[in-house]
Design a binder for this molecule. Structure first.
Ligand code: HEM
Length: 140
């Protein structure tokens, strides 16, 4: 059972990360589209669907499967898991900001520059590198 749940966890992680890396790219392009243009309306649909159909469910499955693995494998006393949880909580917080920005774009109320989204785009990547090293290498 443990190995099957781990496979599910990794599938969910890949889907979550794919969305978390692509959504800020859409924000970058959306900044260039004029408010009210056809292009801008298309980006709104793409962003909403990516968030609702991929990113949100993938995050829930990642957390549920991860919690099962931590409980079943009795990892809760391992320091690497504590560090991983901190980074996973930060990643979930970034996810929360992404949801808010999807709503802001949908209401034509984006407040940030293209450069801002380019920088933000790197945050999920950096968190992912840290999380994968922690869980695979288990340095402490
Ligand atoms: C959201 C909360 C999360 C929890 C509670 C959690 C917990 C766990 C646990 C307990 C394992 C099993 C470790 C083992 O059997 O050695 C695991 C495996 C794994 N997790 Fe997570 N995880 C979470 C999120 C993530 C995220 C966000 C990523 C990547 C960005 C990730 C990537 C992985 C990978 C690649 C494995 C397989 C490691 C291996 O088999 O060597 N996890 N996770």
């Amino acid at each position: 059972m443990y190995e099957w749940v781990k496979a599910l966890h990794i599938i969910a992680v890949i889907s979550w990360m794919a969305g978390m890396l692509y959504l800020p790219r859409l924000f970058v392009y959306h900044c260039e589209a004029e408010v009210g243009s056809k292009q801008s309306e298309t980006f709104k649909v793409m962003e909403r669907r990516l968030l609702k159909l991929i990113i949100n469910p993938a995050m829930m499955v990642t957390w549920l499967a991860g919690a099962y693995l931590a409980w079943s494998g009795q990892w809760f006393s391992s320091p690497w898991l504590h560090a991983k949880l901190v980074l996973a909580i930060v990643l979930s917080g970034v996810h929360g900001f992404f949801s808010r920005w999807v709503k802001d774009f949908a209401a034509d109320r984006n407040q940030y520059s293209q450069r801002f989204y380019r920088v933000i785009n790197e945050v999920p990547t950096i968190l992912m590198i840290g999380i994968v090293i922690l869980v695979v290498v288990k340095p402490f």
